[in-house]
Ligand binder design. Structure first.
Ligand code: FA5
Length: 354
């Protein structure tokens, strides 16, 4: 008896819906009807909920009929929907599509991205390829393969955040721990690029780096660098200086006052540091240049033979230069920003100026 009742209820409801659909010509009306009858709280669903009171075989029978009716109705709704008009004929619900919409605020590039794009264009025009590397790097690539073995005192110059996985692996005959570090510089990509491309090679590597460091007007714990690497036969320091000059001219659109001094990095030999005269105080000394009048911007040098070997390149045949530009500091100097911490501050008053 209960089964018969439910079958009747379902068939009657189907007919009622089909009758109402005859007059439904607009999408909104169709949508409302679909929700009213087939929606989660709709009449059709209510009947289905009563099925739980039936015996299992009865439930199967009614369930089948219910699914069949539901599919038919959904198909009908779909058909009518594709023929129906968007607009309601009643004037009160008329939508004037010619009215201007709400203005969507347009975003723009971050100053670091602007400078990075400019540098990428400059270097690709000189035949360099753009390479990328992981920000979470192995201790091996970040230090060891750059001639900085474990316990080398020069590791102190770049303190970072370690992830200790306590596992040992063998690579190139050497035992390596699987320790991971947030990379302290973009230099590990030198090795990755040498292993990937071999020699000759010209690449630049923009990217974010991390150091465990107290912040001030010219130091951040998270900042950007751009690594440069050129390897070929007979590369000398003259090629390096010429490329650095081209880089600065491309960014500042004029010849910059620079000073070159010796610099120590275990992965280059010899090593140099190129500083530019602080553009914030014009060399008069300010917090942005640590009261020195100069800003350390471009450390560089000739790639150490051990590093070439780690990269799988024969140092007897090839030589190369490398530099590690402080991209964030370059952006500071280009735009006259006196505190490096503004870049990652998320302060829209600052960001909207670019
Ligand atoms: C390095 O990171 C070397 N890998 C660079 C290098 C590459 C040398 C290839 C030779 C050959 P250094 O620690 O000096 O070197 O950092 C490079 C540049 O990053 C600095 O000149 C500076 O401009 C920038 N820099 C360093 N530390 C910070 C910091 N805490 N905040 C902002 N910029 C920084």
């Amino acid at each position: 008896m209960f089964v018969k009742n439910t079958q009747d209820k379902l068939n009657n409801l189907k007919q009622k819906i089909l009758d109402q659909l005859q007059d439904a010509k607009e999408k909104k009306v169709l949508r409302d009807l679909e929700i009213k009858y087939l929606g989660r709280k709709g009449e059709f669903t209510k009947i289905l909920r009563e099925l739980k009171n039936l015996k299992i075989e009865e439930r199967e029978k009614i369930g089948k009929l219910a699914n069949q009716i539901k599919n038919e109705l959904q198909k009908k709704f779909k058909e009518l929907n594709s023929e129906a008009s968007e607009f309601n004929s009643s004037a009160s619900e008329f939508t004037d599509v010619t009215l201007s919409g709400e203005k969507i605020e347009k975003g723009h590039l971050h100053p670091i991205t602007i400078v990075q794009n400019e540098l990428e264009n400059l270097f690709t025009s000189m035949g360099f390829v753009i390479e990328e590397g992981p920000e979470l790097e192995s201790d091996y690539y970040n230090f060891e393969a750059l001639n900085l073995p474990k316990h080398h005192p020069a590791r102190d110059m770049q303190d970072t955040f370690y992830v200790d996985t306590r596992k040992e692996t063998k690579k190139n005959g050497q035992i390596n721990t699987n320790d991971l570090v947030m990379r302290t510089h973009t230099s590990p990509v030198q090795i990755r690029a040498m292993q990937k491309y071999g020699a000759p090679l010209k690449c630049v590597v923009p990217g974010r780096v991390f150091r465990c460091e107290a912040t001030d007007a010219c130091h951040e714990h998270t900042f950007d660098q751009l690594e440069g690497l050129m390897i070929d036969k007979n590369i000398s320091i003259t090629n390096l200086i010429a490329t650095m000059k081209e880089l600065l001219k491309g960014i500042f659109k004029k010849d910059m006052e620079v000073r070159v001094r010796p610099g120590y990095f275990p992965f280059v030999k010899p090593g140099i540091e190129l500083d530019i005269k602080c553009t914030i105080c014009n060399g008069k000394k300010c917090p942005a240049c640590k009261n020195s009048g100069w800003l350390e911007l471009l450390p560089a040098g000739m790639v150490h033979p051990n590093v070439l070997k780690y990269g799988g390149i024969d140092p007897k045949k090839y030589s190369g230069f490398a530099f590690g530009l402080g991209l964030t500091r370059l952006a500071m100097m280009k735009y006259g920003i006196n505190d490096i911490r503004l870049f990652n501050s998320g302060d829209l008053r600052f960001l909207k100026q670019f």
